[in-house]
Write a protein that binds this ligand. Structure first.
Ligand code: FAD
Length: 328
């Protein structure tokens, strides 16, 4: 039986989708290890405790709110010190988070402070006696590696989208905790956050991603990708590095080894060759559809559905079909 500390991410006082994924993953691990408790820790400005209470629905037995005005933004120094302190005092067997941008910043710091084993970007985990067996993509997504992790505590981050948040209601007890390190003394302070395209879900949270590559020929043709995303309604738009380097899309849209890592339910690759550096960021998507006029393009090796054709013909037809399906 293992008690687990889940880092539930919030931004500007609002819980992120990854918060529910982290708590769901922690619940699954706790149940698999004989039914320990899940303690979810949440950081935010005053008022985050009230929002955090909903984590009980996803399997948290205890919800710990750490409130401070500085936590309206990410504050990795103070947050990681606080998580490590709580893991120590609570004797938690595992500390679980999601390998989002913020999770990647915080989790290795927690592991270092605890002197703990650390497995990152995990796509699944199985309790194996005292050890934990996890799988995660290696060599930029070219292989899936199986690792055995021993030692207590162990820090894990799951790939965003690898776990589907699911309800498993508990009578969550609410607790509050003071920061273990004063956020006002942090040496790195977020001064400004500039938001990307409004009105679309974040790449890490979107169930559907329509991603465009150099096959679109020029920036204006991304309208095809936008239109398909609009037809789905809940889709984000991504891009390859070739595209972001050209300045057709912002760098925040880049998916891959040096960009974002995503695992949506559906990933549509439009005019993308499938270079290993791109695949590294999207290989674990649940269903991959590739549209490319070159039937030998490497993207087809990992695609579940491949359409050999011209994006300028196929994508408008697909958009019309999605709209028709939604209206029927
Ligand atoms: C250190 C390093 C890190 C990198 N990190 C990343 C990263 O994070 N993310 C990333 O994406 N890349 C990354 N790259 C770049 C990567 O190697 C590729 O160059 C890039 O992914 C290619 O992008 P692309 O598929 O858009 O372009 P291309 O490789 O040029 O492919 C375009 C595709 O479009 C098809 N096409 C052309 N016209 C049409 C049409 N009309 N209809 C249908 N299909 C058409 C072509 O057949 C081709 O397959 C990195 C490279 C390095 C060296």
């Amino acid at each position: 039986m293992a008690n687990i500390l889940a880092y539930a991410e919030a931004r500007a006082g609002e819980l992120r989708k990854t918060a529910f994924e982290a708590v769901t993953a922690a619940r699954q691990l706790a149940d698999a290890s004989g039914g320990g408790e899940v303690h979810a820790i949440v950081f935010g400005p005053a008022g985050v405790a009230a929002k955090a209470a909903q984590l009980g629905k996803f399997g948290a037995d205890v919800v710990i709110a750490v409130e401070h005005e500085r936590y309206a933004n990410n504050d990795p120094e103070s947050m990681s010190a606080t998580i490590a302190e709580r893991a120590k005092s609570g004797g938690h067997r595992y500390v679980v988070g999601v390998a989002s941008q913020t999770g990647r910043d915080i989790a290795p710091r927690v592991a270092a402070k605890l002197g703990a084993a650390f497995a990152s970007d995990v796509i699944d985990a199985k309790v194996n006696g005292d050890a934990l067996t996890v799988r995660h993509p290696g060599y930029w997504g070219k292989v899936i590696m199986t690792l055995e992790v021993t030692g207590s505590p162990t820090v894990l981050t799951y790939r965003p989208g690898a776990v589907t948040a699911s309800e498993n209601a508990k009578e969550a007890r609410a607790e509050s905790m003071a920061p273990a390190a004063d956020p006002s003394a942090s040496r790195v302070v977020v001064k400004e956050t500039t938001q990307g395209a409004k009105g679309r879900p974040d790449l890490a949270e979107a169930p559907i991603i329509i991603s465009g590559g150099r096959g679109l020929k020029e920036a204006a043709n991304f309208k095809l990708v936008e239109d398909l995303a609009d037809a789905f309604g809940n889709a984000a738009v991504g891009a390859t590095r070739a595209v972001t380097d050209e300045g057709w899309r912002p760098h925040s849209d880049q998916i891959g080894q040096t960009g974002r890592t995503v695992s949506p339910q559906l990933y549509v690759a439009v005019g993308i060759s499938g270079a290993i550096q791109h695949i590294a960021g999207m290989r674990t998507s649940k269903a991959i559809v590739a549209i490319n006029k070159d039937k030998e393009a490497p993207i087809f090796k990992i695609a579940d559905y491949g359409i050999v054709g011209d994006v300028f013909e196929v994508v408008p037809a697909l958009t019309a079909a999605v709209k028709a399906a939604k209206n029927s």
